[in-house]
Write a protein that binds this ligand. Structure first.
Ligand SMILES: Cc1cc2nc3c(=O)[nH]c(=O)nc-3n(C[C@H](O)[C@H](O)[C@H](O)COP(=O)(O)O)c2cc1C
Length: 161
C-alpha cells in the first residue's frame, strides 16, 4: 500500500467530511490545516473576510503540524472553494510545503461552482502526477450519504492508478 496523506482545510465541515471518507476508504493518514487566526464561521461576514483574503492572495499562518508531507507517496489535497478559488489555508500549504514528484489528487467542496477553483488548484499542483480530481456540493448539508459514498469510491479509484 502506498503511504497516503489527506491534507485538508475545512471551515464548515464539508471538506472535513470528504477528507474523513477518503481516509476511511484508503487507510490514509490525515493532516488538517488550521490557521492560527481563522475567520468566524458563525458570522455572515465570513464571505466578506474570506473573499478578501482570497483576492489578496493571503497566506494565513498555520498551526504547527506533526506530519511531514514529504514522507508520503500519495497526497489527497482539498478544501472549500472561496471566491472562485481554493481557500487561503491551502495557499499557505502549497507555498510552504509545495509537493513535487508525488502522486496527488485534488478535491473541493463548494456551493455549486468549482470549475475555476479546480483549474487554479490543479495549476498549483504542476510538477506532480495528478491522479484526478473530484468536487462535492456542501456534503454536510446535501445528499450526505451519497456524497460520502462518492468520495470513498473516488479515493479508491485514485489509489488504484
Ligand atoms: C468565504 C467563502 C467564499 C465562498 N465562495 C464560494 C464560491 O466562489 N463558489 C462556490 O461554489 N462556493 C463558495 N463558498 C461556499 C463553500 O465553498 C461551501 O459552503 C463549501 O462546502 C464549504 O466547505 P467547508 O464546509 O469544508 O468549509 C464560499 C464560502 C465561503 C465561506
Amino acid at each position: 500500500m502506498p503511504k497516503t496523506l489527506v491534507v485538508y482545510y475545512s471551515l464548515e465541515g464539508s471538506s472535513k467530511l470528504v477528507a474523513e471518507a477518503i481516509a476511511g476508504a484508503t487507510g490514509a493518514e490525515m493532516l488538517r490545516l488550521e490557521p492560527i487566526k481563522d475567520i468566524d464561521a458563525s458570522k455572515s461576514t465570513k464571505y466578506l473576510w474570506g473573499g478578501k483574503d482570497v483576492l489578496m492572495r493571503k497566506k494565513p499562518e498555520l498551526k504547527a503540524f506533526d506530519k511531514n508531507p514529504e514522507d508520503y507517496d500519495v497526497l489527497f489535497i482539498g478544501g472549500p472553494v472561496w471566491a472562485w478559488s481554493f481557500c487561503p489555508a491551502l495557499r499557505t500549504f502549497l507555498t510552504l510545503h509545495k509537493p513535487a514528484g508525488k502522486k496527488v489528487a485534488a478535491f473541493l467542496s463548494c456551493g455549486g461552482d468549482p470549475k475555476k477553483a479546480m483549474d487554479r488548484l490543479r495549476e498549483q499542483l504542476e510538477g506532480n502526477e495528478i491522479l484526478g480530481d473530484a468536487t462535492f456540493i456542501e456534503p454536510v448539508h446535501k445528499e450526505t450519504e451519497k456524497q460520502v459514498e462518492k468520495a470513498k469510491a473516488w479515493a479508491k479509484e485514485m489509489l488504484a492508478k
